[in-house]
Design a binder for this molecule. Structure first.
Ligand code: 2HA
Ligand code: ZN
Length: 290
């Protein structure tokens, strides 16, 4: 028996309580916070991350949970009732999550009505879950319904090049999607449905949460003008891969605009895009190929 198996067994018997931070899903969550920080997407307290836990992951760490008081979510998410979420803390710096996870992230439980939450682990020095909790939970509810439960992650980051483009391109789904698809052959394969754009709005509230979750009914990516980006996915690798691909594409586009003012000498044509569908077994959103 490998030593990790022995360790797991003794945790299961309750002999040796597993520390929450030892669980794999927490380590994957922390890695995204750290990687996003090193990419330069999380200045100060910018950005936030949430993860809808699997029942077996709740079982793995629930011995460590403590009840606290119920608080209002600021949105209604009945389809997430009684579920547990790992989320970053409001005002906390992504930079600090890897070194001091217990102080900077928390696990919350949503109540049976989907309107209240309770912190059950983490934020040991006090505090609240992310200021964007309404957006995170509404998006998680929408993508859970859209994907039959397979999507579990929502990630918000202040990606530099995506933000820069929101000052230059018209704030239209079609323009952003087509321009980003053009910048790398893999882009339409990675996000075949395209991207949605939310005009400038006050962050943190229900209005921007509703606007974003409307886009998440169709897309895995919503860009907030002059602010940042929200992405969603089924697991940590796919979600990270998505935001990394989109921001890389935005970086190339910024370089093209910087060199030429946006005039391309040649590009990938709509006919070229169609040729990718067969070999890569994907179907692109045709609205954006007209
Ligand atoms: O938490 O990014 O949009 C800081 C933010 C809010
Ligand atoms: Zn933000």
């Amino acid at each position: 028996m490998r030593s990790t198996d022995t360790k797991k067994k003794s945790y299961q018997k309750g002999v040796n309580k597993m520390k929450v931070t030892e669980a794999r899903f927490i380590q994957q969550f922390i890695r995204i916070c750290a990687n996003g920080y090193s990419k330069g997407w999380h200045e100060r307290n910018g950005g936030n991350l949430s993860y809808r836990m699997r029942p077996e992951e709740v079982d793995e760490v629930k011995e460590n949970f403590k009840e606290t008081t119920w608080q209002n979510i600021g949105a209604s998410v009945p389809t997430l009732a009684n579920e547990y979420f790992l989320v970053t803390g409001s005002g906390r710096y992504m930079m600090n999550v890897e070194t001091w996870p217990e102080e900077n992230i928390c696990i919350i439980k949503v109540d049976e009505t989907g309107t209240k939450f309770m912190i059950v682990w983490g934020l040991v020095a006090g505090g609240r879950p992310t200021s964007e909790l309404p957006s995170h939970l509404m998006n998680l509810a929408v993508v859970k319904a859209r994907t039959n439960g397979s999507y579990r992650i929502v990630y918000h980051a202040h990606c530099t090049n995506i933000i820069a483009l929101t000052f230059v391109l018209p704030l239209e789904d079609k323009v952003f999607t087509h321009e980003l698809w053009e910048m790398a052959t893999e882009c339409p394969i990675v996000f075949p449905a395209g991207v949605g754009v939310v005009p400038w709005m006050v962050p943190g509230g229900e209005e921007i949460a509703i606007a974003t979750s409307e886009l998440m009914k169709k897309y895995d990516i919503a860009i907030w003008a002059h602010h940042g980006i929200f992405v969603t996915g089924p697991d940590f690798d796919t979600t990270w891969g998505l935001i990394d691909t989109v921001e890389k594409s935005a970086e190339i586009l910024v370089k093209v605009y910087s060199m030429t003012g946006g005039k391309k000498t040649q590009t990938i044509t709509n006919d070229d895009f169609k040729k990718l569908e067969g070999p890569f077994n994907v179907k692109f959103n045709d609205e954006f190929l007209k």
